[in-house]
Design a protein around this ligand. Structure first.
Ligand code: DP6
Length: 376
């Protein structure tokens, strides 16, 4: 038996992917851009194995057997095996590319809660299979065929998914813009509002948006300029521009969801209160210090610089306290102390206190791409 185990990170988009021009190859209607998150906090872990005695392809996700007979899994298998055969040649005695595959995968965070689990999962699957079958070169286009956003989890740092224009998808892949260490002061704080499964999955939601949202047609014209400007802001570490584009893009994405018929609403009252909190905080600070972005779920992802982290967490803990007053919100991930916020900050923000609205926080940073844990 030959086995490989790898981990792959979650990514959170600051320019959102929403809409496909090809459902089978998973080709998007616009380019997108994300930060790859630290893997100690959020990651998928996958072991893949091949053995001549295996009689069928099989897969387990978080200990439950899943069907491999989905178009996406089959597309990934076909493409990996095709590249392995091409690389090794039919003369390869082991004929590894014709052996059946067993896959065992787990996440260290809730699946399907709008926390990009499919991105980490497919990136991990493709990365592990590529190692198992000695497939090298670009593999983000294979991950893309599992789940669009997964292509961006193949790299660390800030990553762009170039939409491409070709019908065969050969120019639609991910590219690293800056490595994980480029902007070390950048912090990422996830405010987990709910870990329940989302009511409309991204795949289905974006399909309906493409069919009937007129706003989505407009968005496609706006994204190229945003991509150029946010890329420049990231390279130059211009937080203000980065934050403003990030928030505008999240708002536009959720506006498109509402413009979709029937409408889709991923954000809840708590999400909207977090938006208010961020704008009040930025206003009061006299500069843009925090950016929010929301994916296909109510959880907020905040981008902010290290120097402001303590103050922001203290205020989040004040305005969105845990149920039992007096107890601090739970923080997973990188350690941070929660101090008492200043009365001046509390008064200036003038927001209602919403107990028990945030379940816990995940404190992380921009991280590396997939990692191999054990060689075959
Ligand atoms: C809102 O990649 O989950 O998170 O390609 O159909 O699998 P499929 O969709 P998916 O969509 C992610 C949408 C998003 C925005 C983003 O990550 O860019």
């Amino acid at each position: 038996m030959k086995t490989v185990t790898c981990t792959a990170p979650v990514n959170i988009a600051v320019i959102k992917y929403w809409g496909k021009r090809d459902e089978n190859l998973i080709l998007p209607v616009n380019s997108s851009l994300s930060a790859t998150l630290g893997q100690n906090e959020l990651r998928a872990k996958t072991t893949v194995a091949v053995d001549p005695s295996f009689t069928e392809d099989k897969m387990w996700l978080n200990d439950k057997e899943q069907s491999v007979n989905t178009q996406r899994i089959q597309n990934v298998f076909r493409e990996i095996r095709r590249r392995a055969r091409k690389r090794k040649g039919d003369g390869d005695k082991s004929k590894i590319f014709s052996q059946k595959i067993h896959i065992c995968s787990e996440n260290n965070f809730p699946t399907a809660a709008g926390l990009a689990s499919s991105a980490a999962g497919y990136a991990c699957l493709v990365y592990s299979l590529a190692k198992l079958f000695d497939v090298d070169g670009e593999i983000s286009d294979i991950a893309r065929q599992g789940s669009g956003s997964a292509c961006r989890s193949i790299y660390g740092g800030f990553v762009e998914w170039q939409m491409g224009t070709k019908a065969d998808g050969s120019d639609s892949f991910a590219k690293q813009i800056t490595p994980a260490q480029h902007w070390p002061e950048m912090c990422i704080l996830i405010l987990v509002v709910s870990d329940q499964k989302k009511h409309t999955g991204s795949t289905e939601g974006m399909q309906t948006s493409v069919q009937n949202s007129r706003l989505l047609e407009k968005r496609i014209e706006v994204v190229p300029e945003r991509m150029t400007n946010i890329t420049k802001a990231i390279k130059e570490k211009d937080f203000h521009t980065f934050a403003e584009i990030t928030m505008k893009d999240s708002n536009q994405f959720h506006a498109i969801c509402l413009d979709t018929y029937p409408p889709i609403s991923y954000m809840t009252d708590v999400s909207r209160q977090i938006v208010r909190f961020v704008h009040s905080f930025n206003n009061h600070s006299g500069e843009t210090k925090v950016a929010y972005t929301f994916d296909a779920g109510p959880n907020a992802c905040l981008y902010l610089l290290e120097k402001d982290l303590g103050r922001v967490i203290s205020l989040v803990n004040h305005f969105f306290p845990a149920q039992d007053n007096g107890l601090n919100l739970k923080v997973q991930g990188l350690p941070v102390s929660i101090d008492k916020p200043s009365q001046k900050d509390i008064d200036a923000l003038s927001l209602p206190v919403l107990p028990n609205s945030i379940k816990y926080l995940i404190n992380t940073k921009v991280g590396e791409g997939p990692q191999i844990l054990s060689d075959p």
